[in-house]
Design a protein around this ligand. Structure first.
Ligand code: 6PG
Length: 473
C-alpha cells in the first residue's frame, strides 16, 4: 500500500508532524538526511510504526507515495529549503507537490512557487503554528498554493489540525505566499501579545512590588475572563515554576535578553512596505532588540540612576482591574493592526485573504489562540471589521470600556519610569485613529514651506501653496 504523503526532515517539528499524520490513520513515508535518525524515529514510534514507511533515499521516498505525491519538507528556513527542493526535483514527477512547512519568508515562497512553475511540480507554503505540542497533537495550519494542490492534501491536513468546537483549524488561504504571509503576521501578533504581557508583568513586579508567586494567580485569574488565551495561561504557569538548581522562581534566574528568529521583524518590514501602521508589533520587535543590549542598559541605569516608583500605589484591586483592561485594549489594537496588514497585503498581492477564516483557524492550536479570536471571527463574519477591527461594533463597545484603563496604566507607567512601549504604541495608535482632525495640517504646512510640496484645503478642492513669502520654491 502506497503512503498518502511524505515528509523530509525528522527534527522535533518534523517528527511530531509525521506522528500526528500516522496517528490520524494515514500512511506516511519519511526521510532524513542522516538515515540513523530515520531508523531511530521509526523504532520509537510504538504502535504508529506500521503506518511509517522509512526511506533511505529520495528515490525511495518518491516511490513510496501515491501520485500525485505530496512531500512535506520540514528543514531549517532559508537555503536548506532551496537545497531540498533542488534535490527533490529530480525524483518527483508532474503534479507532485512540495510543501514547505517551515517558517519561510513569504517572498521566498512566492519565488519558489514561480521557480517550480513550468517544471510541472507545484509548491505549497504552509504556515504551522503551535510549537512541538501543536505539531504532535493539532497545530493551526495556514496554507498557500493552488486550489488543486490543496484538494490533494486537504484530508490529511485537516485531520492533523487542531479543532475548535469540532471545526478544523486549517484552511487554504490563497495562492503562493498567502499561507506563509499569514503565519508571519500570526508571529508578529504573537510578539505584540507577549511583549504587552511582559510589560504588565513589569508593572506588577516593579510598580507594585509583587513577586512571581503573587503575580501568577493574577494572570491565572485573568485567564478565566476576556483575556483567556494560551499565552496568558503559560505566563501564569511560568511564573509558578521554580528553578531546580537554586530553588528560586525560574523567571528570576532567566536573563532578560530575548531572542528572535525573524518573523516578527518580517511582519514589521512588510507592514512598512505596505504602508500599514503596525506600531504595537514594531514596538514589540524593538523591545526585543533593546533587551539584547544588556550591558548598555546596565551602564545607562548607572548613568541615569533608578527611578523610585511611587505612582502605582492605591487600591490594589482597582490597579489590577486597570491592568487587565489595559491589556485587553492593547491587545485589540495590536490585532487590529495585524489584520490591517493582512488586508493591505491581500489587496497588494491580489490574494483575497479570507479574514473570518483566518480568525477562525487561529482559535485553537496556534500560539496566539484565545477566546478573543472567536469574537474576532464573529466580527469579521458579521461585517463591520473589514476596514479595521476597531470599527466592528463588538470591539467599539470593548474599547470604549477598556481604553480609559489603558490610558491610566500608560500614564502611570510613564510617570514611574516603567517602559511600556507596546502598550503605549497601541494607545497612541488608537488615539490617532479615533481623532477626526489630527495635526498633519501642520506637517503639510511645513512641507509646503520648505519644499513647495503643496497642500489640500478644507474648503476647496485642488492643490494650494501657503503665503510663506519669498521662502517658497
Ligand atoms: C508558532 C511559533 C513558532 C516560532 C517561534 C517564534 O506559531 O508555533 O510562532 O513558529 O518558531 O515560537 O519565534 P522567535 O520568538 O524565536 O522569533
Amino acid at each position: 500500500e502506497k503512503a498518502e504523503i511524505g515528509l523530509i526532515g525528522l527534527g522535533t517539528m518534523g517528527s511530531n508532524l509525521a506522528l500526528n499524520i500516522a496517528e490520524k490513520g494515514h500512511r506516511i513515508a519519511v526521510f532524513n538526511r542522516t538515515p540513523e535518525k530515520t531508523d531511530a524515529f521509526v523504532a520509537n514510534a510504538g504502535t504508529l510504526r506500521d503506518r511509517l514507511v522509512p526511506c533511505k533515499s529520495l528515490a525511495e521516498l518518491a516511490e513510496a507515495i501515491r501520485p500525485p505525491r505530496p512531500v512535506i519538507i520540514m528543514v531549517l528556513a532559508g537555503q536548506p529549503v532551496d537545497d531540498q527542493i533542488a534535490a527533490l526535483r529530480g525524483e518527483l514527477a508532474a503534479n507532485d507537490i512540495i510543501i514547505d512547512a517551515g517558517n519561510a519568508n513569504f517572498h521566498d515562497t512566492v519565488r519558489r512557487f514561480k521557480e517550480l512553475e513550468g517544471s510541472g511540480l507545484t509548491f505549497i507554503g504552509m504556515g504551522v503554528s503551535g510549537g512541538e505540542e501543536g505539531a504532535r497533537h493539532g497545530p493551526s495550519i495556514m496554507v498557500g498554493g493552488t486550489e488543486a494542490s490543496w484538494k490533494r492534501v486537504e484530508k490529511v491536513i485537516t485531520a492533523i489540525s487542531a479543532k475548535f468546537k469540532g471545526e478544523p483549524c486549517a484552511a487554504w488561504l490563497g495562492p503562493d505566499g498567502a499561507g506563509h504571509f499569514v503565519k508571519t503576521i500570526h508571529n508578529g501578533i504573537e510578539y505584540a501579545d507577549m511583549q504587552m504581557i511582559a510589560e504588565i508583568y513589569g508593572v506588577l513586579r516593579d510598580g507594585l512590588g509583587m513577586g512571581p508567586k503573587e503575580i501568577a494567580p493574577v494572570f491565572a485569574g485573568w485567564n478565566k475572563g476576556r483575556l483567556d488565551s494560551y499565552l496568558i495561561e503559560i505566563t501564569a504557569k511560568a511564573l509558578e515554576a521554580d528553578d531546580p538548581k537554586t530553588g528560586r522562581p525560574v523567571v528570576d534566574i532567566i536573563l532578560d535578553r530575548a531572542g528572535q528568529k525573524g518573523t516578527g521583524k518580517w511582519s514589521v518590514i512588510e507592514a512598512q512596505q505596505l504602508g500599514i501602521p503596525a506600531t504595537a508589533i514594531e514596538a514589540a520587535v524593538a523591545a526585543r532588540v533593546l533587551s539584547s543590549l544588556k550591558s548598555e542598559r546596565e551602564a545607562a541605569e548607572k548613568a541615569y540612576g533608578k527611578l523610585s516608583v511611587t505612582t502605582f500605589s492605591g487600591a490594589r484591586d482597582e490597579v489590577l482591574k486597570d491592568l487587565e483592561l489595559a491589556l485587553l485594549a492593547g491587545k485589540i489594537a495590536a490585532y487590529a493592526q495585524g489584520f490591517a496588514v493582512m488586508s493591505g497585503a491581500s489587496k497588494e498581492f491580489n490574494w483575497n485573504l479570507p479574514m473570518p477564516t483566518i480568525a477562525r483557524i487561529w482559535r485553537a492550536g496556534c500560539i496566539i489562540r484565545s477566546q478573543m479570536l472567536d469574537t474576532m471571527a464573529e466580527a469579521f463574519g458579521k461585517g463591520g471589521a473589514e476596514v479595521n477591527l476597531l470599527m466592528a461594533p463588538a470591539f467599539i463597545d470593548m474599547m470604549k470600556q477598556a481604553h480609559p484603563s489603558l490610558r491610566r496604566v500608560v500614564a502611570r507607567a510613564a510617570e514611574a519610569g516603567l517602559p511600556v512601549p507596546a502598550l503605549s504604541s497601541a494607545l497612541a495608535y488608537f488615539d490617532a485613529y479615533r481623532q477626526g482632525r489630527g495635526t498633519s495640517n501642520l506637517i503639510q504646512a511645513q512641507r509646503d514651506f520648505f519644499g513647495a510640496h503643496g497642500f489640500e484645503r478644507i474648503d476647496a478642492a485642488g492643490a494650494f501653496h501657503g503665503p510663506w513669502g519669498g521662502t517658497q520654491g
